[in-house]
Design a protein around this ligand. Structure first.
Ligand code: NAG
Ligand code: NAG
Ligand code: NAG
Ligand code: NAG
Length: 345
C-alpha cells in the first residue's frame, strides 16, 4: 500500500510541478524514510541524507519527463541507495579487470587444459531467450551496502546456470565462499574490496569446488576462508572469455547459458534504474560492476521495435524490475560485450 502511495506522489509531482519545490521533495523523503525504515542519529547526517536524496530525486523527475516525451525508454525510481553517500555507493560495485598479462597467461593456460580457446561460431540464436523460465537462474541476491562483491555473485550465477544445465538441479552458489577464499595472493581478488571474474572462476577450478548458500551463507564482510570439502556443491572444470559483437554475444548466450559480464554501473541513471529499457548513452565501457546476463528480448510495442538484454543484478529485488535490468542492444551500452566470462561445469 505504501508502495502505491509513493508512486502516486511522484507522478503528481512531475505533473503538478516540473521544478520540484522543497515541499514536494520533503514529502517524498518522508515516504522514503518510512519505506526503508531509515533513522538518523544526528541532524547533520539527516541533512546530508536529505541533500543526496533531493538531488537524486530531481534527477529521477527529469528522467521521467524524458520518458514521457519519448526521448528515453526507462524510468528511474528512488531505492535504498537514494541517500547513500559516495563511499557506500561505490561498494555497490567492485569489479576489477583482469590485468592484461594475467589474462593472456590464463587464456593460454586454459587453452592448454581444454584444447581450445574460443569456439569459432555458434548456431543462430532464437528470437528471444530467458533462462529464468528454464530453471537456470536462482533468486536475486543483495550484496549490501558495504561489500564490493558483485564479482562473486556474477560468478555464482554463471556457474549455477551451467550446473543446472548439466545436472538438472539449480544450486545457490555461495558468494561468500568466493569472497573469502579467492582473497588470496594466488588468485588476486580483494574480498569485499572488489575482485574480478577470471580470478573467481580460477579459484573454483583449482580448489576444486565451491559451497552453496546453505553451507556457506552470505555475511557481506571479508572473512577468512572457511571452505572444506564437505561443503562441495559443484565445481567448474575451466572458464572462457568471449570476445565479439553484441550479435555474437547473443548466439554465445543461447548456446552456453547465463554469462558473467562486466558493465559500467556507476552512473546515477544506472544506480536508480527503476524500469523500462535502459538506454543512457552516457553508459560507456568503463567496466566497474559485474552482473549476470540471462537472456534477451524485443519490445515491439514501439516503432521501431527495441532489442534488449536481460541482466540479473545483486542489488536486491528493490532495484530495477525485481532486481533485473533491461539494457538496450545495439550500441554496446555500458560495455556489455567487453568482459564476458563463463565456466564449464
Ligand atoms: C536537531 O534540530 C532540532 C531543531 O532543529 C533540535 O531541537 C534538536 O536538538 C537537534 N538535535 C540534535 C541531535 O542536534
Ligand atoms: C546446498 O546443498 C545441499 C546438499 O546438496 C542441499 O540440501 C541444499 O538444498 C543446497 N542449498 C542451496 C541453497 O543450494
Ligand atoms: C591461497 O590459496 C592456495 C590454494 O588454495 C593455498 O594453498 C594458500 O595457502 C592460500 N594462501 C593464503 C595466504 O591463504
Ligand atoms: C510482439 O511480441 C509479442 C511477444 O513477444 C509477440 O507475441 C507478437 O507476435 C509480436 N508482434 C509483432 C508484430 O512482432
Amino acid at each position: 500500500m505504501k508502495f502505491v502511495i509513493f508512486f502516486v506522489i511522484i507522478a503528481n509531482c512531475w505533473v503538478l510541478s516540473v521544478a520540484e519545490t522543497d515541499d514536494v521533495v520533503q514529502k517524498a523523503f518522508n515516504i522514503w524514510l518510512a519505506k526503508y525504515n531509515r533513522k538518523f542519529s544526528d541532524n547533520s547526517s539527516f541533512t546530508t541524507a536529505y541533500d543526496i536524496f533531493s538531488s537524486h530525486y530531481k534527477a529521477t523527475s527529469r528522467q521521467r519527463l524524458k520518458f514521457y516525451s519519448g526521448e528515453s525508454k526507462f524510468l528511474m525510481k528512488p531505492n535504498k541507495y537514494s541517500a547513500a553517500d559516495v563511499n557506500s555507493k561505490a561498494s555497490t560495485r567492485g569489479l576489477l579487470l583482469d590485468n592484461d598479462a594475467e589474462f593472456a597467461a590464463l587464456v593460454k593456460e586454459e587453452a592448454a587444459v581444454q584444447g581450445r580457446v574460443l569456439p569459432p561460431s555458434y548456431p543462430p540464436p532464437p528470437a528471444s531467450l530467458d533462462y529464468r523460465t528454464m530453471g537456470y537462474v536462482s533468486g536475486v541476491k543483495d550484496q549490501g551496502f558495504y561489500c564490493s562483491s558483485c564479482y562473486a555473485f556474477a560468478t555464482g550465477c554463471a556457474l549455477e546456470g551451467q550446473l543446472a544445465k548439466k545436472y538438472g538441479i539449480l544450486p545457490d552458489i555461495s558468494a561468500q565462499n568466493i569472497i573469502d577464499c579467492s582473497y588470496n595472493s594466488s588468485y588476486g581478488n580483494f574480498g569485499c574490496g572488489g575482485g574480478n571474474l577470471g580470478s573467481s572462476f580460477k579459484y573454483i577450478v583449482r580448489n576444486p569446488g565451491v559451497a552453496n548458500e546453505t553451507f556457506y551463507p552470505y555475511a557481506g564482510a571479508s572473512q577468512t576462508c572457511g571452505y572444506n570439502p564437505s561443503m562441495y556443491s559443484g565445481t567448474a572444470k575451466g572458464y572462457f572469455y568471449i570476445t565479439g559483437s553484441e550479435n555474437y554475444l547473443k548466439s554465445a548466450l543461447a548456446a552456453i547459458g547465463p554469462l558473467a559480464v562486466g558493465v559500467r554501473g556507476d552512473l546515477d541513471s544506472f544506480l536508480y534504474y527503476g524500469s523500462g529499457i535502459y538506454d543512457d548513452l552516457m553508459c560507456s565501457a568503463i567496466i566497474n560492476h559485474a552482473m549476470c546476463l540471462v537472456g534477451y528480448g524485443t519490445d515491439n510495442t514501439t516503432s521501431p521495435p527495441v532489442d534488449y538484454w536481460i541482466l540479473k543484478n545483486s542489488w536486491s529485488t528493490d532495484w530495477g524490475e525485481n532486481g533485473y535490468m533491461k539494457l538496450q542492444i545495439g550500441s554496446s551500452l555500458c560495455g556489455i560485450n567487453t568482459y564476458v566470462v563463463y565456466p564449464t561445469a
